[in-house]
Design a protein around this ligand. Structure first.
Ligand SMILES: [Zn+2]
Length: 243
């Protein structure tokens, strides 16, 4: 088999891979599969059992270097002594877990009652972080669904679980609502889907202009909500009452 180093990735055996740090091993699989791995992408399909613990250890050691670069004496400062470990755990197990955990399991029910009335879920509280500064984003999401007889219905609490899975990643608000819309469209298959997200961006409070006007609202309208101005109005008016 002819193989040029320039065009083909160097093939590695499982044994070679095992010797690499976990983040390089996982990246090798992602590149091999042609999968994007931006901050707000989920990479769970490429992470093998036990590798999240390895990743946590790698993030911890890099985080320790960040603290050193900030000229913080983590050896004698009891407050920052264990910070690298805490931050690594917080990133991988908590605030960015939506990158590393598979999608929440959902039970989908066929729409046997043939419901075709506007359904609104929200406000769902969401927590995220901006991709630019890794500062918190705290907000609320409203979801409007217009089902048809072919739609799959999911339990109300599942909307919150999917939103949490999408938001628990470094995100950009516009991309986050689009991602959420794509997942719901694919799972629920409604006639129309509307999402509004309103969020407070802490990078605006904490740094930069220190502007307290940091609320940002954006929306995605699909299908029936795009075509039907009355439906869109009905959704937006119910949402303002529920606020
Ligand atoms: Zn930011």
């Amino acid at each position: 088999m002819a193989k040029t180093r320039d065009t083909l990735p160097l093939l590695r055996t499982e044994e070679d891979l095992a010797r690499l740090p976990a983040h390089e091993r996982i990246r090798y699989r992602l590149v091999g599969a042609g999968s994007r791995y931006h901050a707000n992408d989920n990479i769970a399909a490429h992470v093998r059992p036990g590798e999240l613990d390895e990743l946590k250890a790698e993030v911890e050691s890099r985080m320790k270097e960040v603290l050193q670069a900030l000229v913080i004496d983590t050896d004698s400062d009891h407050n920052t002594n264990d910070t690298a470990r805490r931050v690594a755990k917080m990133f991988i197990d908590e605030v960015f877990r939506g990158r590393y955990q598979p999608a929440p399991a959902l039970t989908e029910f066929p729409n046997v009652e043939r419901l075709n009335e506007l359904m609104i879920v929200g406000p769902v509280k969401v927590r995220s972080a901006c991709s630019h500064h890794l500062c918190p984003i705290l907000g609320r999401v409203w979801i409007g669904v217009m089902p048809n007889e072919h739609s799959n219905l999911i339990g109300l609490s599942k909307y919150a679980r999917i939103a949490d899975w999408i938001m628990s990643r470094p995100q950009i608000q516009e991309e986050a609502v689009t991602m959420l819309a794509n997942v719901l469209q694919e799972r629920v298959k409604p006639d129309g889907l509307a999402i509004v997200m309103e969020a407070d961006h802490f990078c605006m409070h904490w740094r930069g202009v220190k502007d307290d006007e940091s609320m940002m609202t954006n929306s995605v309208m699909r299908g029936a909500f795009l075509k039907d101005a009355n439906l869109r109005r009905e959704f937006l008016s119910l949402l303002s009452k529920k606020g």
